[in-house]
Design a protein around this ligand. Structure first.
Ligand SMILES: Nc1ncnc2c1ncn2[C@@H]1O[C@H](COP(=O)(O)OP(=O)(O)OP(=O)(O)O)[C@@H](O)[C@H]1O
Length: 312
């Protein structure tokens, strides 16, 4: 038997432009069956465009590879039928009940075993009690769970989620993520875009993209290790207000307040320690810590901006 991973997504060199804007540049990604891959990056990084190419809704200008074993350039129809896609602004029929929304979706997709599928979806997502409730009367968290039920009614092998939890409360987000993990444990592969760091940490692996390019890839630990970043935290009166001053010092590549704690990072230990030395005294308390994913992402964006300045 081959040890090669069973790749559900295996694409290389994907490009997409809108007029003069090169939104996705030579994008490649491999995701093995059952994995949850988080897709991160600032606004306009190209995440939605990439997700739309991977689910067959948008044809790449160039590239190659497969999604669920189908050719990403030529078999959009086959891919579309087999993936579940939940868009950023998912739409539900607000004047239909939860059950009617599911039944309607089953009809539109011409699914077999409709009653059985609708009942299974209601049970799985804990919506049985609320089946007769109008979708329009649901809270944001419940709407989102219903949208997930609609997106997975046809039991897809790959689920693409575009910022599915934007704007919902932490409890609803946690329930949603428990559900995603339950689906993944049953073999579903998930690619999910998010801006939330806690969600990035709940993924098996992440890809961080900026300007249509992948800048970091791997597990959260691998991404942090690969950054080569050294981070100190400072706490105490006025620590958070030192960021601007520290940013001007050689060796400090990133200084940002997180509440009352100041995070200061750089990759040159000697220069970084020399920069913070004058501030390393009471009443401030300093400690070296492991960089967070957010520290790494801020750093990646700074690197890219510096690269752009050099090129200009
Ligand atoms: N149909 C389109 N026509 C023109 N430009 C587009 C189109 N779709 C996306 N873009 C542009 O492509 C770039 C990438 O957009 P995309 O929506 O993929 O980013 P994103 O990473 O999903 O952003 P966000 O986090 O804000 O959702 C943006 O500059 C966007 O304005």
């Amino acid at each position: 038997m081959s040890d090669a991973p069973d790749l559900v997504i295996d694409v290389r060199g994907l490009n997409k432009s809108f007029g003069a804007l090169h939104a996705v540049k030579d994008f490649g990604i491999q995701v093995a069956r059952g994995r949850i891959c988080g897709f991160l990056g600032p606004n306009g990084a190209g995440k939605t465009t990439t997700l739309r190419m991977l689910c067959g809704l948008l044809t790449p200008d160039s590239g190659e590879g497969s999604v669920l074993g189908f050719d990403v350039m030529k078999q959009a129809r086959e891919i579309k039928q087999r993936v579940g896609y939940m868009t950023q602004k998912f739409s539900l029929y607000e004047d239909l009940t939860i059950e009617q929304n599911l039944t309607f979706a089953a009809r539109v997709h011409d699914l077999d075993r409709r009653k059985e599928r609708v009942q299974a979806a209601l049970e799985r997502l804990g919506l049985v009690e609320r089946r007769a409730q109008l979708a329009g009367n649901l809270s944001g968290g419940w709407k989102q769970r219903l949208a997930l039920a609609v997106a997975t009614l046809h039991e897809p092998d790959l689920l693409l989620l575009d910022e599915p939890t934007a704007g919902v409360d932490p409890e609803a987000r946690r329930t949603f993520w428990d559900e995603i993990h339950a689906m993944s444990a049953e073999g579903m592969t998930v690619l999910v875009s998010t801006h939330y760091m806690d969600e990035a940490e709940r993924c098996h692996e992440i890809a961080y993209i900026v300007g249509g390019r992948t800048l970091a890839r791997g597990t959260a630990d691998e991404v942090v290790d690969a950054s080569g970043l050294i981070t100190f935290h400072a706490e105490g009166p006025g620590a958070d207000r030192l960021a601007a001053e520290l940013r001007t010092k050689p060796g400090v590549e990133m200084a940002a307040p997180f509440g009352t704690v100041l995070h200061v990072s750089g990759r040159d230990r000697t220069a970084l320690e020399a920069a913070i030395a004058p501030y390393r005294k009471p009443p401030l308390e300093w400690e070296e810590t492991r960089p967070t994913l957010e520290d790494v992402f801020i750093q990646l964006i700074h690197d890219l901006e510096a690269e752009k300045r050099r090129a200009a």
